[in-house]
Design a binder for this molecule. Structure first.
Ligand code: GDP
Length: 202
């Protein structure tokens, strides 16, 4: 399941502009600062593959990376910039929702959740929306290496993971698969790649 080749293919502003070769794909999405670029780079074992612009207000794109010439990793812009104006946040929602609902080659959405802090309402809202719309998803808990800190709610990553799963239980008919990860220790990297390989061959 290892990644031997990763190549940036294109940035698209609309679902219709995405690659049309029919290869299966997995989309990574999460709140800004959740650790998405770090995870992407950890998965492909490179320092700088993620090209997504980090500045709100810059073009919000769907970024396709072709992996081993046979499937795509898709980097979606992060949500929940505190500083983003309201219209921009609405744009984000509309544009990614269109992608989630209409991208026929999307195998599963990988929703990234920061395990080093307590659940955020915006994360619960996205999990809820994905569940209600029956979009196949996997929860990726990030930053699982972080120690508990008073200012982060005083809980260990394991406790935040339990709390989050408890909070989202009602949104799904069956609990989505979940993986605990760290881009520092590379915990969960092989598990993610194996999970993606299994989903591609279902
Ligand atoms: P993005 O905005 O979601 O792309 O997040 P980044 O990948 O840029 O990471 C945001 C911040 O969290 C950076 O300071 C990273 O160094 C840090 N970070 C990301 N992943 C991890 C992780 O697994 N463990 C720890 N301790 N820090 C992380």
């Amino acid at each position: 399941a290892l990644i031997s080749q990763a190549e940036f293919v294109k940035s698209s502003v609309k679902t219709e502009d995405c690659p049309s070769d029919g290869l299966p794909e997995f989309a990574l999405v999460g709140r800004s600062n959740v650790g998405k670029s770090s995870l992407l780079n950890s998965l492909v074992r490179r320092k700088k593959l993620a090209l997504t612009s980090k500045k709100p207000g810059k073009t919000q794109c769907i970024n396709h990376f072709r992996i081993n010439d046979s499937w795509y990793l898709v980097d979606l812009p992060g949500y929940g910039y505190a500083s983003a104006p309201h219209e921009l946040r609405m744009d984000w929602a509309e544009f990614t929702k269109d992608y989630f609902l209409n991208r026929s080659t999307l195998v599963s959405v990988f929703l990234l959740i920061d395990a080093s802090i307590p659940a955020k309402q915006i994360d619960l809202d996205y999990a809820s929306w994905l569940g209600q719309n029956q979009i196949p998803m996997t929860i990726i808990f990030t930053k699982c290496d972080k120690r508990k800190k008073k200012k982060n709610g005083g809980k260990r990553p394991e406790e935040n993971v339990d709390d989050f799963q408890h909070l989202i239980r009602g949104f799904f008919q069956s609990v989505p698969p979940w993986i605990m990860t760290s881009s520092v220790t590379h915990q969960g990297r092989d598990e993610i790649l194996l999970h993606m390989a299994q989903l591609r061959n279902y």
